[in-house]
Design a protein around this ligand. Structure first.
Ligand SMILES: *Cc1c(COP(=O)(O)O)cnc(C)c1O
Length: 435
């Protein structure tokens, strides 16, 4: 006991119900990020949540312990209503998950130690032997590899379709997947999307996918990797997706100083994944969860600034004589893609591809000459990053497939940060002079 102990019976110190509305007006996510899911009264008045470094939690009584385990093991639906053991959940992760749900308008969210852990556990939770996964292409290389190489070991096959496919094309793909599943003696277990595709920024028509899945009466979730535009510029649950997936390492973490992932959606879609995460582990650690909560307080500010910067930089680059083209969502040339953008996106993002006149040599000279932008893979951080996908992130992709996906030797991927826009333009100007 210490002088600092809080008397829980004092009315001043009683937990207060959380305010989510004022005068009938729902508070916005950027406001909720400062306190949602956390009451200082429960932690000695600490304004910020402490980091709970503990592996296990003391039960108030044996009966409580039993009840909590009924939730953990699924004997009672809806998960545990108390904390049990840190592989299952813990305070920092629970607050983080509550706050992540807010951005996507989701009922529930789960945090993971990386984006890839989130994706792998999600797919494993839904795929059974002989099932078929339908996915858009291109996917993040490790996601594509997990489907094609790891799930293949368990007899799970896939059918893919290009981002940008029309309703009719998606209908045909689902029909093919259903036939494939029937032949294998399995089912179509998931439709997995990534939009925009990396690095070309090709968008998937989520609304068309929803309509196709409903028309085919498939009883499987539509999941989508929203890392490039989320949570600010695209909310795929609004377009009919069931599960939204993030590498929090990118815009949400936003400072290139952590690795984490998440999924969010209705409880009924989260529950099987939560059960598998309980078994396998892979939950984000408390320190990373704490850092992500700090990041979420500024995610709207950072993404807005990065988006404004990208618009200014792309305006400059589009007019440069050494530039052949841009894969930037603020300058779409294709009517079908523009239509998807108008229906799905609230902003053009800050990650785009720059096509230089020339090939690898010209790209390398450009990259080596950059002074502010750092030469690194990843994206969505406060600092501007540039890389050469054909020789770096997509080196392992077969040349034919690379060409099919539009990942040419003259393509540089750029993720714009929150520096001063004119400084960035000056940097790109001097680097283009070196080409
Ligand atoms: C980075 C990334 C991932 C993987 O996330 P990690 O946090 O690195 O595991 C998945 N999808 C996309 C689109 C990404 O950019």
């Amino acid at each position: 006991m210490s002088d600092h102990d809080i008397d829980p019976t004092s009315p001043r110190m009683a937990p207060k119900p959380e305010v989510t509305k004022i005068a009938g007006r729902e508070l916005k996510p950027s406001t909720l990020m400062m306190g949602h899911g956390y009451d200082p009264v429960l932690s000695e008045g600490s304004l910020k949540p402490p980091i709970f470094l503990t592996s296990t939690f003391a039960f108030p009584s044996a009966a409580d312990g039993k009840r909590h385990f009924e939730g953990i093991t699924g004997k009672r639906p809806g998960g545990a209503d108390g904390l049990v053991y840190s592989r299952f959940n813990a305070p920092n992760q629970e607050i983080l998950e509550d706050r992540l749900s807010v951005w996507d308008g989701a009922e529930d969210a789960l945090s993971f130690s990386s984006g890839m852990t989130a994706i792998c556990v999600l797919m494993l939770a839904y795929a059974s032997q002989n099932d078929v996964i339908v996915h858009s292409g291109p996917l993040y290389a490790a996601s594509e590899g997990f489907v094609a190489k790891v799930l293949a070991k368990f007899g799970v096959t896939y059918v893919d379709f290009p981002a940008g496919a029309t309703r009719e094309e998606i209908d045909a793909v689902l029909e093919k997947a259903q036939t494939q599943a029937d032949e294998q003696g399995g089912k179509v277990c998931m439709v997995y999307l990534e939009s925009p595709g990396n690095p070309t920024n090709a968008l998937v028509d989520i609304e068309a996918v929803r309509a196709s899945v409903d028309a085919a009466q498939l009883d499987c979730p539509i999941a989508i990797d929203n890392t490039f535009l989320g949570p600010l510029w695209q909310r795929p649950l609004d377009q009919g997706a069931d599960i939204v997936v993030y590498s929090l390492t990118k815009y949400v973490g936003g400072h290139s100083d952590l690795v984490a992932g998440s999924i969010a959606g209705a409880k009924k879609w989260m529950d099987p994944v939560r059960m598998l995460r309980n078994t396998m582990g892979g939950i984000c650690d408390p320190n990373t969860a704490w850092m992500l909560m700090r990041s979420l307080e500024t995610v709207e500010l950072r993404m807005s600034r990065a988006g404004d910067n990208a618009a200014k930089v792309c305006d400059y680059l589009a007019k440069h004589p050494k530039v052949e083209g841009l894969g930037y969502l603020g300058m779409i040339k294709d009517a079908r893609q523009q239509d998807i953008y108008d229906r799905h996106c609230k902003g053009a993002g800050s990650t785009f591809s720059l096509l230089l006149k020339g090939g690898e040599a010209e790209c390398f000279r450009f990259l080596d000459a950059l002074k502010i932008a750092k030469l690194a893979v990843s994206l969505g951080g406060t600092e501007t990053l540039a890389s050469h996908p054909a020789s770096m992130t997509h080196l392992s992709v077969a040349e034919g497939r690379r060409a099919e996906l539009g990942i040419s030797d003259n393509l540089v991927r750029i993720s714009i940060g929150i520096e001063d826009a004119d400084d960035l333009i000056a940097d790109f100007e001097q680097a283009l002079e070196a080409v």
